[in-house]
Design a protein around this ligand. Sequence first.
Ligand code: ZN
Ligand code: ZN
Length: 250
Amino acid sequence: MGKVPYIKFAKNCVTDLMDTQNELESIYPIHEYENWFYNQATGLLTFSTGDDELNFKYVNVGSFSKKFNTWKWSWDNEHTLSKVKDDILHVKEFGEKHGYEKLTGGYFASSEHEAWEFTAITAKLMKGIGAYRPTSEHLLIFMVLTEFVDNETAKDIKDLYVECDKHEYRRRAFVCSHLMAREEVGFEEAFDTYENMELYDDDYQAWCNECEKIRRREDGWNKKSMEFADIRVVCEKCYFEMKEINLGYK
Ligand SMILES: [Zn+2]
Ligand SMILES: [Zn+2]
């Protein structure tokens, strides 16, 4: 394969993104919705007017600061959650392979025009279906839409998350009421867990030693053992805080 200069490659990607974007907007009139909302935890970008919703999966490419005229790739941004930035590392790897320095530096002086090039390149490499660029104060946030999500699926995804007073919006987890005291009461889990693991159809579930005794006596979870456990919903971060408190406890 011959070496394509970066400028030419970027330009081709921008042209392709324009076509992709036209196609997207001919199917989904995203600009006709009154509100937009993105959530890093669920990885969903939602457009809405009243109850009418349109959802997409998205990745966060990076952000351009109008104040400092700088670009920051999302993989270089500690405030961006892994759900929406991990895939962007493929773009970095691609840049390393082809010697495209703009794709490998995390944070540098740039322009809004270049930011669109980075977005177009990301869309190309990730087979994105379009792009969106919301603003947050002086920051322009560049996103690539990767997939349309029907309303039922979007609801199922959103149901897996909870709003926590301490940790904002996170994956939900289930614990027995005794763990809520955040004391050493033992920590039995439905399966071995670690933070940010991919859960698929499972949920984090944990209960204390006392609950475990009753669960065994009752030969599993039934009305009696469930009543004693009095299961509560917490966020993933809280779950791992409780796990840490109990680590090493026998
Ligand atoms: Zn318990
Ligand atoms: Zn929490």
